[in-house]
Design a binder for this molecule. Sequence first.
Ligand code: XIL
Length: 351
Amino acid sequence: MRRRDFVQASLAVAAHTALQAPVAHASPPPRIAYGSAVRGDALVDDFAYRTALVDHCQLVVPEGGLKWEAVRPSEDRFDFYEGDKLLAFADQNGLKMRGHTLIWYAAMPEWTSSIRGGKAAEKALSKHVRTVVGKYKGRIPSWDVINEAIAEDPRGSDYLRPNLWLENMGKGYIETAFRRAQEADPKVQLVINEYDIECVGEQFTNRRNALLRVVRDLRDRDAPIHAVGFQGHLKGQYEIDKEGVSSFVAELKAMDVDVLVTELDVIDNLLPADEKQRDEVIAGRASDLLQAILDANRPTAILTWGITDRYTWVPMWFTRDDGSPNRPLPLDRDYKAKPLMDVIGRFVSRA
Ligand code: XIL
């Protein structure tokens, strides 16, 4: 048979088979998973907290339990107490767990400051990524491999944030981390996670562009990267750059890179004192971000950085001048749902 005839015959068989196959009903895509960061101490101490997590979440992520500070008491020790504890809770309650985070400039134990030179740094980075991802192989389906790699205010060639790894290995540390993570668990969604890429303003635009540059560079080098995480620590006083976010997500999609929201909360130190008004602004900002993302691609998950105002990192940096407590999260201090929870509910069910 000539090649052309063969191809035509195969096509005919394929068409015939397709006609016989049952018609696939277009079913709505599954809900987007909602999740929260979890504090290990509150998980043990607070029954209402555990209940809220189980009632609302399909996903959890440790707020600090898998950072170097927690996992690496010394150069040769790994401590998985916190990670294991949260994973056990997730398993018992039918939740999935994300990993946060492998490589970040902060939360580094003191002993790491003695790591010097390209070779030593690469060895330390590889050992960490391999061991931590390997430990949870098949059990943590998504990892923040790189956290906050972009310079605070990127300019020209200074677009990466200085850290131990950049200083010793150059920008290749990012690619190395992704490659080691993939080797340790080839099925994991590998994420680069970043903050201050959501709002209107030159600095936010520059940060988005710098992040695109990093992702493009990884793609050009065939390095494994699957998604960009919008941390989503929204500064309530700024508008969301809806067009900027949508076109950023569209550019990522064109490179076959997904997006997710990893640490949503709305920083309210400069918002009105009136709680009802404040909660409305907070819900509106979150809604704007989620809509802008969804306009270009469906996020693979939406997580908030905590679930209740009782346990939030926001007052560490952003207390209010009027002394009233921050309200950045979906549930208030008494676990009552606020408008932000309604917004999340709307997005996870309709998208
Ligand atoms: C924060 C935690 O919420 C705090 O409890 C901790 O003390 C410091 O780190 N971006 C991140 C998170 O990626 O890891 C940070 O978490 C908040 C900002």
